[in-house]
Design a protein around this ligand. Structure first.
Ligand SMILES: *[C@@H]1O[C@H](CO)[C@@H](O)[C@H](O)[C@H]1NC(C)=O
Ligand SMILES: *[C@@H]1O[C@H](CO)[C@@H](O)[C@H](O)[C@H]1NC(C)=O
Ligand SMILES: *[C@@H]1O[C@H](CO)[C@@H](O)[C@H](O)[C@H]1NC(C)=O
Ligand SMILES: *[C@@H]1O[C@H](CO)[C@@H](O)[C@H](O)[C@H]1NC(C)=O
Ligand SMILES: *[C@@H]1O[C@H](CO)[C@@H](O)[C@H](O)[C@H]1NC(C)=O
Length: 480
């Protein structure tokens, strides 16, 4: 049960200026069953919560150390003010609220595909309704700590209640719930009924495990939360039925649920299309992978394409320079006389979308040792680029970094840079998601070096040596 306040369901916090209400506190996965958050397709709340639990470290005091920088805009986090109507008012010294889950923000491209796939493969506002909110403060050493977490949702569009979050569907999350999610991959399945108060249907769990096999613990989370909130039909059957009755049939039905599409880097700075999990039914019909400039591009602007050649998984190196926003889509192949004449501009029905390509490594910028600044590697037009985040309070940075430079290296092992630039010659970034990060100024430099897997940038204090930071090599993490 969701813990209830004394006066029915609302814990009220009153002040001179506003009334805020949080419905209750969720202490276990069991409690997630009682709320709407993330329950129906295509809502993404449970994926967000799973991602969060797996990207924090919870210490003995229940504080959460974040493996990411919520202030940088990456992963789609954005500043949510200190006095939002749906949450307790915050004194500035106790931190700030940051909201996670708006998939329309470019930074959300950094989230793994299991979080974004529903968004790109469904239509309508439901796929972008859920949010997770963190109350964040920075400890002395550039570490971000969250001491409170909330789950919430936007009002339904037809409620005409604006773009705020709905307080009646805002719940606080106790760390004990996040700990439970962290422990799901290693739990003994015989303990599930006792701990989570559900009977697991092992057939449906197996189906879910197939779909979410690359994301340990997610299948079990979905099975526990959603099992009793549905009629007592087999969950997967029920889901499949419901999904095929959606206007865009074929979206996240059981077959397509295994499809993965993505963009990686060739050794020439070009986009490399990768795909996997294409069902036999589609391979038999003939399907193609196509590269689009972004999710908003229509079929007139396909940048490159290739047949999957009967292969359920594979890759194709395009000649398109890497840029943020690139998206792979799977289409049916059209075999017409027109195509045989070499005028094959006809495009078959769209089946599935990958997420948009994110321009940076999925890792937080690395700290420049001993200074309030950090360094990130990213790609633009196929070239390796570097981004410097400088804390606004570090006013003397130009003086301090007067002789500092950023070197571009082809791999972790090499001592010889390919090209370099003075830190103070970086140009200020003004028009992007990264430009208005509270407390930071952002500077960028686009090098002449072609991006390829393994590329790394390093920050050097002096002309010779004095390394203060190095980024992880490009695509070190398998983003799949
Ligand atoms: C992606 O495209 C679909 C359909 O074209 C659209 O409904 C959705 O809002 C788009 N998402 C973004 C982030 O642009
Ligand atoms: C979480 O729950 C535990 C006990 O269930 C309680 O001691 C603790 O204060 C709660 N933490 C928060 C932040 O509410
Ligand atoms: C495609 O690019 C990858 C990464 O650079 C490379 O390993 C592979 O050999 C390339 N394949 C072809 C067919 O050129
Ligand atoms: C460092 O400072 C000196 C003098 O203050 C100046 O001449 C030089 O150009 C500066 N270096 C860079 C890279 O700006
Ligand atoms: C988001 O990415 C698109 C390219 O895909 C770009 O045109 C747009 O300017 C970006 N928005 C921000 C705020 O950076």
């Amino acid at each position: 049960m969701v813990e209830k306040g004394i006066l029915g369901c609302f814990i009220l916090c009153l002040s001179l200026t506003s009334v805020c209400a949080v419905r209750g506190t969720l202490k276990s996965i069991d409690d997630l069953k009682d709320i709407q958050f993330g329950h129906t397709f295509p809502r993404h709340g449970l994926m967000l919560l799973h991602w969060l639990a797996n990207n924090i470290y919870i210490d003995n005091n229940g504080n959460m150390r974040l493996n990411f920088n919520p202030t940088s805009g990456d992963n789609g986090f954005h500043f949510y003010g200190n006095r939002p109507p749906s949450l307790p008012i915050l004194h500035p010294e106790s931190g700030s609220y940051y909201s996670l889950g708006n998939m329309k923000r470019n930074g959300s491209r950094a989230l793994p595909y299991y979080v974004t796939r529903r968004f790109y493969n469904s239509w309508g506002p439901e796929n972008n309704r859920d949010r997770v909110i963190l109350r964040v403060r920075e400890d002395g050493s550039n570490q971000f700590i969250a001491d409170e977490v909330y789950v919430t949702q936007h009002y339904q569009q037809n409620e005409n209640r604006g773009s705020g979050y709905d307080p009646a569907n805002t719940n606080r999350v106790n760390v004990s719930l996040l700990r439970q999610i962290q422990s799901l991959p290693t739990i003994d399945q015989n303990d599930i009924p006792r701990i989570y108060n559900v009977e697991i249907n092992h057939n449906s769990l197996q189906e879910l495990e197939k779909i979410w096999r690359h994301t340990p613990g997610l299948a079990l989370l979905l099975a526990i939360v959603l099992y009793f909130t549905r009629p007592k039909t087999l969950f997967i059957k029920e889901q499949a039925l419901r999904l095929t009755s959606l206007p865009q049939s074929g979206m996240e039905d059981k077959d397509n649920a295994l499809i993965k599409l993505g963009v990686k880097t060739t050794d020439r700075g070009k986009a490399r299309i990768i795909w996997s999990g294409i069902p036999k039914r589609l391979l038999d019909q003939g399907v193609m992978v196509m590269l689009y400039k972004s999710n908003n591009s229509d079929s007139k602007s396909v940048l490159d394409r290739s047949s999957v050649g009967g292969k359920a998984s594979g890759s194709y190196n395009t000649s398109v320079p890497l840029n943020p926003g690139l998206q792979v889509r799977l289409h049916k192949e059209v075999k017409s006389w027109w195509n045989y004449l070499g005028c094959g501009s006809t495009i078959g029905e769209e089946i599935w979308r990958g997420s948009e390509f994110h321009d940076a490594n999925r890792e937080i910028p690395v700290d420049i040792n001993g200074h309030d600044a950090s360094l990130q590697l990213f790609v633009k037009d196929g070239k390796a680029c570097a981004r410097l985040y400088v804390k606004k309070s570090f006013t003397a940075w130009k003086k301090t970094f007067n002789n500092s430079w950023v070197g571009f290296y082809s791999s972790e092992g090499t001592l010889d840079y390919n090209t370099w630039q003075w830190a103070v010659k970086f140009s200020e970034e003004s028009h992007s998601d990264w430009a208005d990060i509270p407390g930071y100024d952002v500077y960028v430099y686009k090098s002449s070096m072609t991006m390829s897997p393994g590329v790394q940038v390093r920050f050097m204090m002096e002309k010779s040596g004095g390394e203060k930071a190095r980024t992880p090599p490009w695509e070190r993490l398998v983003q799949w």
